[in-house]
Design a protein around this ligand. Structure first.
Ligand code: PMP
Length: 404
């Protein structure tokens, strides 16, 4: 499979930035969108736009059909048992908040414990802090080691009778670490504890099967997998979703409403109050079609090659230090350069037309662990090439010269 021509599928990558060909290395923040996805949004508003579920007219039925077809495609993509287990949300952040509010909060008592890890995105920290504060429960943290890997022994030690829930990321957005989630889920289930996996940085890189990993909840954002912003997925096991109260009230999530009593709709509609992001859901389906066309295992192999190539090149540059050297990594490289603030690195890269991210990447506890204020981060996707890595390396070398 050749990845040479894939860039052509992404119109935004044709432009120049600061007079240079754009090299986009910020896909962990958000990926660019292929023509198919952009056209899908355009076509939806040109041909199908209508509200779903409630209309008998043709456009409404067409829109409903496409929206529900996207749900089935997503269920197949992550190998869920049923499309009823797929809830459309705004993104991973909303999915975590939904589970914290509708599943965990009702079962949490004073002094109970929730386990997360030191490498979580703020989206998988703050909702748990909020729910713990409200219910006077405690948050327990699995530590990481210098390589940026979870210390599994410590995880085993943290689990006890008070542990009510676990929520961990599949892939770290700032270190790239791929966590052994199947093993972790197995440990949790042996102790009868339910577990959520934040897959925001995983689904676009790895083949994933809900049936295989057996997660109770799993979530991700469309915009990190070639789809638009404002659409994401919460997967939940049917038997859990069915017992959960709604997250928000409003239209479409009810069976009947009187002023005395409202009965709620079945899943998944119970968790989709109000008019959803219809065009976004359909475009997410298109993004999945696009990924499937290339093949997730081909994508994985391509990105792994880029990661290995970039890692070996960066390691050869004096003064560059890679932050996060787990054995299993996705195509994300955080690095620092001795004597240069990451924000300055980011600005200089931009002057060369190279888009990287500089900051704490919404993972401040990781920055504290490595005792750095921020890192520079290059992250790769299907449209990147070894030439992109060469441009990055050249620009870093120039950057070091400027500051020397
Ligand atoms: N978890 C991880 C690991 C992430 O990388 C991100 C986005 N950077 C999120 C959660 C939150 O995703 P979103 O902002 O799309 O809700």
């Amino acid at each position: 499979m050749s990845f040479k021509n894939i860039k052509k599928d992404f119109p935004i990558l044709e432009q120049k930035v600061n007079g240079k060909n754009l090299v986009y290395l910020d896909s962990a923040a958000t990926t660019q969108k292929p023509k198919e996805v952009i056209n899908s949004l355009n076509n939806y508003y040109k041909e199908t736009n209508s509200n779903i579920h409630r209309g008998v007219h043709t456009l409404s039925q067409k829109a409903t059909e496409k929206y529900e077809k996207a749900r089935v495609m997503i269920a197949n993509f992550i190998d869920a048992t049923s499309s009823k287990e797929i809830i459309f949300v705004r993104g991973a952040t909303e999915a975590v908040n939904l589970v914290a509010s509708s599943y965990v909060k009702p079962l949490l008592m004073e002094n109970d414990e929730i386990i997360i890890s030191q490498m979580e995105h703020h989206a998988n920290i703050v909702p748990w802090q909020m729910v713990c504060e409200e219910k006077k429960a405690k948050l327990k943290i699995i530590p990481i080691d210098e390589n940026g890997e979870l210390i599994i022994n410590k995880f085993n030690e943290l689990i006890n009778k008070k542990t009510k829930f676990i929520s961990l990321n599949h892939v770290s957005n700032s270190l790239g670490t791929i966590n052994p989630i199947k093993k972790i889920i197995h440990i949790a289930h042996q102790k009868n504890i339910k577990i959520m996996i934040d897959g925001a940085q995983a689904v676009q890189h790895l083949e994933i099967s809900m049936k295989d990993i057996d997660a109770d909840f799993y979530c991700f954002s469309g915009h990190k997998m070639y789809a638009p912003t404002g659409i994401g997925i919460l997967y939940g096991k049917k038997e859990l979703l069915e017992q959960m109260p709604p997250y928000q009230g409003g239209g479409d999530m009810i069976k009947s409403v009187t002023f005395e009593k409202t009965t709620y709709n079945d899943i998944p509609n119970r968790f989709e109050a109000g008019t959803p992001n219809i065009s976004g859901a359909i475009a997410l389906g298109k993004a999945i079609e696009y990924i499937n066309k290339i093949g997730i295992s081909n994508i994985n192999k391509h990105e792994e090659d880029l990661l290995n190539y970039a890692t070996s090149k960066l390691k050869k540059i004096n003064k560059v230090k890679i932050i996060g050297e787990a054995k299993e990594k996705a195509a994300v490289i955080s690095f620092i350069i001795e004597g240069i603030h990451p924000h300055d690195i980011g600005t200089i890269m931009d002057s060369h037309g190279i888009a990287i991210r500089a900051g704490h990447h919404c993972t401040q506890p990781i920055m504290d662990f490595y005792n750095v204020p921020a890192t520079a981060r290059a992250s790769f996707a299907i449209y990147n090439t070894k030439e992109d890595v060469d441009e990055l390396v050249k620009a870093i070398e120039k950057c070091i010269k400027v500051f020397a």
